[in-house]
Design a protein around this ligand. Sequence first.
Ligand code: HEC
Ligand code: HEC
Ligand code: HEC
Ligand code: HEC
Length: 448
Amino acid sequence: MLTSRGLVVVGAMVLVIVGVVWWRRPPVAAPKADDGAPPRLTPATSSSPFAGTASCAGRSCHGSLDAIERATSWQMEYTLWVQHDPHTRAYRTLHEPLAQEIARRLGLPRGAHEAAACLSCHTQPAASGPIQDSVDAASIRRERAAGVGCEACHGTAPRWLDAHLTKEWQTKSAEEKFREHGLVPLGDPAALVKACAGCHVGAPPGNGAPVRDVNHDLIAAGHPRLAFEASAFVANLPPHWKPRPRNENQLWAAGQVVSAAAALELLKHRTTAVWPEFAEYDCTACHHDLQEPTWRRPLGRRGALAWGTWYFSMPRWLAGAAGATGTPALDELKRIMAKPRPARDVAVEKIDAALVELRRLHAPVNAWDGGGPFALGKIQGLLMSDNVTSWDEAEQLYLAFVALNQTAKDTALGERLKSLLDVRALPPGYATPRGDVDPRSIVRRLRE
Ligand code: HEC
Ligand code: HEC
Ligand code: HEC
Ligand code: HEC
């Protein structure tokens, strides 16, 4: 006799087996072009805003089991991605106990895996809307199950899927492929960072996607705080592409400027919601030990909140290196945001001005080859001379040196960075940075 618990176990086993069979199913057949015409992958009738990860997975598309050396790409990108990439688990995560608990604490009616507030980043954003409104329910379900699929980074494919199989495609520049077809030029550092920032920093609603926001409500409910730094996150993404030289200085600098702009776009949206949004501030301003003595008192903040310590310290340094007259709008925004109740409309005005300021940095930063206005020595000098007053700034400084040292290859600096691992590491499950670590001790040890 099966008890009800036994039935659940058997049921679960059947589900697992069905799941494994589904997962092992050979990917969709490769397109054939017997009549000489370019093959079509886009169903003529589909109105879906995305083509779906499954449409990239054919054995002779990107699902080859071996690298095809003579082709423009290995053609095994899907195969590598599905085996190694953390994004494949993004949707599965929403079924796990922590995610369900977060959803319960937030009072989301149908669980994390059905909530746009979670799906917007834990799958292709265009597949995160309510299913009943859509004619393509099956393709939406399939795409969600893939996690954060190919088109979340490369751009939604209906406009380039067929075109990218034609001969003319090979003659187009990356810029043309983007402008005419919407294929994101991920070889360009700014475009690459922008592709990640929508989910790793967050974004206002747009392009068919709902708002993407890990605010203090989500954090307090148990979500990890998002603290994106492009160099580190790209380094931690298992590559599914052919190895190619990448200018790490440029990626770091573009990462700082583009992430800061994304954070400002999100802040602008946040002025329309719960205000002020606590996730904008240095967490240790409110979360810290009460014991004396404390490193915090000499900073003399006296009740002022430290705003934007994660995303905005490095761009200010970069602007200095570029010889710009500082970042007056960003500095003014910082002053406004440090008030206990910053005025929303004044903040919005300054956000727009600060965005213009940041965009001015885009061109020089994206053209940086490691020399010129951002010469490495100059940057290092600037980073070292400034006063670090928060854990976030110290951590950004640390990550900057890790990134810049990939080119500089200073072994002594490399050793110092390694020796700081223990000071920086957070105990497992610790949701906030350590309020008891004096950030200046990290900088002092960098300087030694
Ligand atoms: C703005 C995008 C975004 C939104 C919205 C979002 N997440 Fe996440 N989530 C992430 C990212 C990015 C990570 C990975 C954390 C990191 O390393 O930065 C993550 C990690 C997690 C983790 C931890 C996974 C692990 O293995 O450690 C859980 C659980 C989670 N999210 C659940 C949720 C739930 C539940 C919601 C909705 C209430 C949600 N997320 C909304 C982007 C988002
Ligand atoms: C998290 C973002 C992300 C996702 C998801 C993603 N890619 Fe990529 N992909 C990249 C990056 C970054 C590169 C490298 C770009 C560069 O340096 O030029 C890349 C490169 C590629 C290339 C070029 C390979 C080469 O050797 O030049 C192909 C093809 C590709 N991806 C296919 C896919 C397919 C198919 C999927 C889904 C199974 C996928 N990608 C999912 C980020 C992503
Ligand atoms: C559509 C949203 C989305 C996009 C776009 C995206 N990510 Fe993610 N990323 C996530 C989510 C959600 C997770 C957490 C996955 C999980 O564990 O559930 C994640 C996890 C990661 C992780 C693992 C983090 C950890 O703590 O283990 C890395 C590294 C990463 N992403 C890098 C990138 C890079 C680099 C890009 C841009 C090229 C990018 N991601 C684009 C949503 C996204
Ligand atoms: C302006 C002050 C303030 C700032 C800044 C702030 N928090 Fe909080 N946080 C609070 C308060 C107050 C609570 C308790 C809220 C409640 O119980 O409803 C809280 C609750 C939390 C909790 C839940 C703790 C628990 O035991 O339930 C976590 C986790 C958390 N915050 C993390 C963070 C992180 C990470 C940051 C930085 C990104 C941050 N907070 C920034 C004031 C702040």
